[in-house]
Design a protein around this ligand. Sequence first.
Ligand SMILES: [Zn+2]
Length: 98
Amino acid sequence: MDASEPERSETTDVGEMNVPVLTCRDVTELVTSYLEGHLSFWQRVRFRFDIGLCRDCRQYIRQVRRTIHLVGALPEEPVPDKVCQDLLERFRGMKKGS
Ligand SMILES: [Zn+2]
């Protein structure tokens, strides 16, 4: 009798809880969808979090945005830059601690 392995330890059903962290490459691939509003809520949260932490990604997105604006691929709409700035400052505040 060898009952050292319980069969019920098979719980790989994490589902949506298991959202991978975005890499810079993911960001560059998702940026168009992001700007066009095709990302899901959680994708956007991840996306924003990543670009809030990564200067390279932010610069890249700014470039893409400018390009899109020049080409006119997206309808002209007010981009909430102030919201982004606000978020970034909060991130900085979190890093500094109290
Ligand atoms: Zn990045």
